[in-house]
Write a protein that binds this ligand. Structure first.
Ligand SMILES: Cc1cc2nc3c(=O)[nH]c(=O)nc-3n(C[C@H](O)[C@H](O)[C@H](O)COP(=O)(O)O)c2cc1C
Ligand code: SF4
Length: 646
């Protein structure tokens, strides 16, 4: 056991429950259960992998207590029917095999869901206050309905206990129903469940009392709170200290501190630009005020940070959310001093965004996440046959690693002097150091797997033929799109890629054409260097393809430079003095003055290389950008999947 992380690997307690270490996987929606709420083989395998990875306590995803207005996702765990108990039991039994404990998170989404998910029922909340993100007006629960809803939480806890759960967590954070009762931002009621602090607390306290009465005095209850809602009239850190004290008095066994509601989303799941531990002051204040254990998430990406937070007495248990999506072995690797083998979360928010779009859990850097059953064990049938992988970007490196694990002899070619491909461009904008960490991690894996890497080498058909490979994986990337527009070949026109690589000379005023992630990030970088920016986008909205939380985070910094934004404008001409753009709806053409024009119009797959290799070899797999031109998530998944089934 690691001496470096001595705090992390101390046993801990929640109530009478002993937990083998101080790591907790907080609840994360995965949408892998059956539509009727039972644990499926997929969700069991997903959690098993995290338990096997060494975490001390797993809290299930948002688990529904009400089938009528309480639906959060389409394939969510539920504790609403007796028939679900046996399946939940299977899940909990599986996790217990690894000496990992499991709590069930009891959840009702309140106003942060949709009637579409709730079978057409109007969504409900303490009061008629609409969430600015979900944009659906809820109806206020009647007094009688409040009492019924409390009963549903209690019944959910009883079902969880019957299934063998080690405890429950009441989800009173992130702007969901219980949080909505606590907060003056969303609770405008005039009955005994609204108004004063005591009244706003009543809904939660009655749930706790109900669970105690039904599940007994020793059944652990944790309450998750958003310490600061980051809303002008919302709960603050000070309010939360008071709430935590009163919850301790009410007999709660642990407090789990998070932050934010949907309207302040970046503080719930932070984009990559946020620092680890940025919100530690909230948990610290609560821990000082109570004597029951405090669990806290803190955007933790490294075991060092987890250990430091425990050392500083920020919390008693560290929450490792996305770190366990990205690498389920995080805890075991820390325990065996192999922290440099951890694949870290890059904060891209694909996981959360994809869930919101109705998909199941996926992680950009871990292609097995949510597909553990399908990607169980590597077939070891390579028998030393050679496979050539052309291109050392994310798709190529991921494929190379899987092939090496399958006992293929892998030779990896890259034209550049460094592995990483497009990641070596993607890490150049501001605050993208987590991408650099990913490149370093993936490159180190090539070494560990003894993959022969030939850098500075443009692979030709002849060269690859000499290897007599049984298959060729083409991960040769893509090239920036340069549309055939008058003046586009001028010396004042450069690509975003060349700007980020530091190859292009940028002077004076800049027009950036295209507002995808690359366009926006390049624009921000140039603005930070003093260039006046005009951002041109043909679509009606700037940054429409970017995850909304990432986009808002980026804009909160970029807007300080007062850029000119031209959504709904198409580039029609480039001249020495700038560009002409046409307003898409009116057809009106405008001149935009610019000394440098930066093209960020996406990439197109390198097809010529593909055709050449397809003609020369029987088994060719095209992966990553060379296949369709996409993001890290697609590249990594593509490389993994095609290498897994070769
Ligand atoms: C995909 C995803 C789903 C989440 N679902 C839940 C949930 O079901 N319940 C909950 O309390 N928090 C949920 N969260 C928030 C996490 O529990 C955690 O607080 C957040 O990811 C920040 O911690 P981290 O930086 O360690 O990931 C979710 C986060 C993610 C990324
Ligand atoms: S999808 Fe992105 S943010 Fe989510 S866990 Fe994976 S790397 Fe982190």
């Amino acid at each position: 056991m690691s001496m470096k992380y001595s705090k992390m690997f101390q046993t801990g307690r929640i109530g009478r429950l002993e937990i083998k270490n101080r790591t907790v996987m907080p609840a994360m929606g995965v949408n892998l259960a059956n539509p009727t709420g039972e644990a499926s083989p997929e969700i069991i395998r997903y959690y098993e992998e995290r338990a096997k990875g060494g975490v001390g306590l797993i809290i299930t995803e948002v688990t529904r207590v009400d089938d009528v207005t309480g639906v959060g996702t389409t394939n969510q765990l539920a504790v609403t029917k007796l028939s679900q108990i046996a399946w939940l039991e299977r899940l909990i039994d599986t996790v217990h095999k690894y000496d990992t404990k499991m709590f069930v998170q009891l959840h009702h989404p309140g106003r942060q869901t949709s009637s579409a998910l709730c079978n057409g029922e109007q969504i409900v909340a303490p009061s008629e206050v609409m969430c600015q993100v979900t944009q659906e007006m809820p109806r206020a629960l009647s007094n009688e309905e409040c009492k019924e809803m409390i009963g549903k939480f209690v019944q959910g806890a009883a079902f969880a206990q019957a299934a063998g759960a080690d405890g429950v967590e009441i989800h009173a954070a992130h702007g969901y129903l219980v949080n909505e009762f606590l907060s003056p931002h969303t609770n405008k009621r005039t009955d005994e469940y609204g108004g004063s602090y005591e009244n706003r607390m009543r809904f939660l306290l009655e749930i706790i009392a109900g669970i105690r009465a039904v599940c007994g005095p020793n059944f652990p209850i944790s309450v998750r709170l958003s310490a600061d809602e980051f809303m002008p009239d919302g709960l603050t850190g000070e309010d939360t200290v008071q709430i935590a004290k009163d919850l301790e008095k009410a007999g709660v066994d642990a407090i789990n501190i998070s932050t934010g509601i949907y309207e302040s989303m970046a503080t719930i799941v932070e984009p990559g630009s946020y620092q680890e531990g940025w919100k530690k002051q909230y948990a610290t204040a609560v821990k000082k005020a109570v004597s029951i254990p405090v669990i806290a998430v803190n955007n933790i990406k490294k075991p060092e940070t987890a250990e430091q937070l425990l050392e500083e007495e920020v919390c008693d248990f560290v929450g490792l959310g996305r770190s366990l999506l990205a690498d389920p072995e995080f805890v075991n690797k820390a325990a065996s001093d192999k922290e440099n083998e951890i694949r870290s979360c890059i904060g891209c928010l694909f996981c959360f965004g994809h869930l919101g779009a109705g998909g199941h859990i996926k992680c950009a850097v871990n292609p097995r996440c949510g597909r553990e059953l399908e990607y169980a064990d590597y077939k070891k049938d390579g028998n030393g046959q050679t496979v050539a992988v052309i291109g050392g970007g994310p798709a190529g490196m991921q494929a190379a690693r899987v092939l090496a694990k399958r006992d293929y002899n892998v030779v990896l070619f890259d034209e550049g002097s460094k592995l990483g491909g497009t990641l070596n461009v993607a890490d150049k904008p501001l605050l993208k150091d987590k991408i650099t960490t990913l490149v370093d991690h993936m490159s180190a894996q090539m070494n560990r797997e003894n993959i022969e890497v030939r850098l500075n080498t443009k692979a030709t058909v002849e060269m690859v033929k000499e290897l007599n490979p049984s298959a060729v994986f083409l991960a040769a990337g893509a090239t920036p799109i340069v549309p055939p527009i008058d003046g586009i070949k001028g010396s004042n026109v450069v690509t975003a890629e060349s700007v980020l690589k530091g190859e292009a000379r940028v002077t004076g005023k800049v027009a950036v054409i295209g507002s995808g992630l690359t366009g926006c990030e390049t624009a921000e970088l140039l603005a930070s260097k003093g260039h006046k920016i005009t951002l041109v986008e043909m679509a009606p909205k700037i940054g429409g393809s970017i995850n909304p939380t990432i986009f808002m985070d980026l804009m909160s910094r970029f807007n300080k430079f007062e850029p000119v934004m031209l959504p709904g404008h198409q580039l029609v001409k480039v001249s020495e003095h700038g560009v002409a753009v046409k307003e898409v709806t009116s057809g009106e053409v405008k001149e935009v003055e610019a000394d440098t024009i930066v093209l960020a119009l996406g990439v197109s797959p390198r097809r010529t290389l593909v055709e050449e290799f397809k003609q020369a070899f029987d088994t060719v797999r095209v992966i990553g950008d060379a296949s369709r031109g996409g993001r890290i998530v697609e590249a990594v998944a593509d490389g993994f999947g095609k290498a897994f089934v070769l």
